[in-house]
Design a protein around this ligand. Structure first.
Ligand SMILES: Cc1ncc(C[n+]2csc(CCOP(=O)(O)OP(=O)(O)O)c2C)c(N)n1
Ligand SMILES: [Mg+2]
Length: 599
């Protein structure tokens, strides 16, 4: 029997054909067999008494490498990055019940809200004992309810393979997300007779969009005066088609934060992240007159909309895999529930035959974007203090990286600086913890990205506060000999929050960090160390950090200048204030003024 939290009853193995086993097998053997049939290349976690048998099995696998991390949260972030960057691979966790799962929950939640597939395998207390109060004894299905698509507890050997297959299919179909399978330790350890196990078959592709919906979308786009495109993570695998659609329409393209890599930053129609007042001027201006918006694979969440402050026109065509997202925050005139990988090429084919010549519009749009981008960069270029200028940093880094290099970022001011000032050029080369928005992501995610892409350069941009959370996981990269460059933006503060405290509170409450000696961490874990104190050192220091042929990671202490606000931060503060009730807005303003006077 198999129990599960959500919805359905027990799932029977319906897959055909089968492989005949006809002998005794342990649950650990069966779990390894199932994982080997899937796109699992690595598992992440820390073994415990409830998983040692499975770890021993995985250790013998020729297809899967079990990876030890320093904390299950790091394991979950690493696994998440495998799914985001691994070209069809799925990230997989193997963790102990209860404590391993709770530690991993930030990463599981990140996958849940960002729509990233993740397979969590956990041990469980023995089901063949009469005793209660067993070690790690907790109802895990209840624990993770709310951050997984579904959870299963397997109670028979025969269910292990079909349930893992079903869990995997659940993780990758419809809106992708995390799933959890608990395999009690007694099943893993003890063997039982197994007749047949199913052969894995991929689920059917998502259905295409209807002719009617496509026609309605084409009509709106072709009759628009100033169409625009908003692309999210859901569009990341159809970047080429989105480019062609943008070129046919002469439409500017904005992306979400998570979907920054869905459209090349060096394409002349690329504007920036979002298009509200919290976006860079190129995006805000290009969409100011937008009368028809084609939104692809976006949910119009808080970050890319600048706290829901972007001007979405009445003529919204919204394509997303999640029916819940369509029209949830902004009403859609044409809503298409579907996988962008299916629907966008369909739309492109129609537009290629229907659209008129929009070359003049395209040239005008491109010229304005180029002007606005260059003016914004000039603003940053002029902002000189003694510390490292963020624009100079990102330009120097970009010039040293191939287009397919992968960047992981964390959550903080550095994220938005990267979004505004670093040119992302290829799909799935920029990964960020977006909607769950968990700090501590970038360092472990870099290890996952590097393991999934051993021949590509991986760099990580991380705030000093986030580095304090998971920076010791750099030892995982040291142990695995991974050549990753971690750029720690060292400003001594939880800046994204302290900047937000500045105007309304005029004081910093719990946002000042101690004096972190990053060099000491590098020494402790055995990583290389490079410091960058000012703009003059940038080129040589980045060159040293990215020197070829290294067999270990490097931690780069960047004395970054945070004295100029991003457009994102200044924009969302204004929009958020606007949404406050009048009385509270007045209270905030009066308090801010009083504190300005009294200090
Ligand atoms: C787990 C978690 N705790 C708290 C926050 C709230 N938060 C968002 S950004 C931020 C500041 C991050 O500081 P740092 O890593 O130094 O980056 P910086 O903003 O200075 O670039 C905080 C505390 C969060 N997003 N996640
Ligand atoms: Mg900081």
């Amino acid at each position: 029997m198999t129990t599960q939290t959500k919805m359905e009853s027990v799932t029977q193995a319906t897959q055909t054909p089968v492989v005949h086993i006809g002998g005794n097998r342990t649950g650990a053997w069966l779990a390894r067999y199932a994982l080997e049939q899937l796109s699992v290349s690595h598992t992440f976690g820390i073994p415990g008494v409830h998983t040692t048998e499975l770890y021993d099995e995985l250790n013998q696998s020729e297809k899967i490498t079990p990876v030890l991390c320093t904390h299950e949260c790091c394991g979950a972030f690493a696994a998440d990055a495998v799914s985001r960057t691994g070209n069809g691979k799925i990230g997989c966790l193997v963790v102990v019940p209860a404590a391993g799962v709770t530690h991993a929950m930030s990463g599981i939640g990140e996958c849940y809200l960002d729509g990233i597939p993740l397979l969590v395998i956990t041990g469980g207390p023995r089901t063949d004992l009469k005793f209660g109060y067993q070690l790690h004894g907790i109802d895990q299905q209840r624990l993770v309810d709310g951050i997984v698509k579904r959870a299963w507890k397997v109670t028979e050997h025969a269910d292990i393979v079909p349930v893992i297959f079903e869990a995997y299919k659940t993780a990758i179909t419809e809106t992708p997300g995390p799933v959890l399978v608990e395999i009690p330790v007694n099943l893993q350890l003890f063997s039982q007779h197994v007749d047949d196990v199913p052969v894995f078959t991929m689920p059917a592709p998502q259905p295409p969009a209807s002719d009617r919906d496509l026609e309605a979308a084409v009509q709106l786009l072709c009759s628009a005066r100033s169409p625009g495109i908003f692309a999210g993570w859901g569009a990341v695998d159809v970047s080429g088609s989105v480019q062609k659609i943008a070129e046919i329409l002469g439409a500017p393209v904005s992306t979400t934060l998570q979907g920054l890599s869905a459209f090349p930053g060096n394409h002349p129609l690329h504007t920036g992240m979002g298009f509200s007042r919290a976006a860079v001027p190129a995006a805000e201006n290009a969409f100011a007159e937008c009368d028809c918006l084609l939104a692809i694979g976006v949910s119009f969440g808080e970050i890319p909309t600048g706290s829901f402050g972007c001007p979405v026109p009445e003529n919204l065509i919204h394509i997303d895999i999640s029916p819940m997202a369509i029209g949830r925050n902004f009403p859609a005139k044409v809503g298409i529930v579907g996988d962008a990988r299916v629907v966008v090429p369909q739309l492109l084919t129609r537009l290629q035959t229907h659209a008129q010549d929009n070359r003049t519009r395209r040239l005008e749009v491109e010229a304005r974007i180029a002007r606005d981008k260059s003016a914004y960069r000039e603003e940053w270029r002029k902002h000189l203090t003694g510390r490292v200028n963020p624009l100079f940093f990102f330009e120097a880094l970009r010039s040293r990286l191939a287009d397919d290099a992968i960047m992981t970022v964390d959550d903080g001011n550095h994220t938005f600086l990267a979004a505004e000032l670093f040119e992302v050029r290829r799909p799935r080369t920029f990964v960020s913890p977006t909607d769950f928005n968990s700090m501590g992501y970038a360092v472990p995610a870099a290890a996952g990205a590097k393991l999934a892409n051993p021949n590509r350069r991986v760099v990580s941009i991380v705030g000093d506060g986030a580095f304090l959370m998971t920076g010791l996981d750099t030892i995982t990269a040291v142990n695995l000999g991974l050549d990753i460059a971690y750029f720690v933006f060292d400003d001594g503060e939880l800046s994204q929050i302290s900047q937000g405290q500045e105007i309304p509170y005029n004081r910093k409450s719990c946002t000042t960090l101690g004096d972190l000696k990053i060099k000491g961490i590098a020494e402790a874990v055995g990583a290389r160390y490079v410091a960058i104190e000012n703009n003059d050192q940038l080129a040589a220091a980045i060159g040293e950090a990215l020197a070829p042929g290294q067999k270990k990671p490097v931690i780069v202490d960047v004395h970054i200048d945070y004295s100029k606000r991003t457009r994102f931060t200044s924009g969302v503060v204004k929009t958020a204030m606007k949404s406050f009730p009048f009385r509270d807005k007045a209270r905030f303003v009066v308090r801010a003024l009083m504190r300005k006077v009294t200090g």
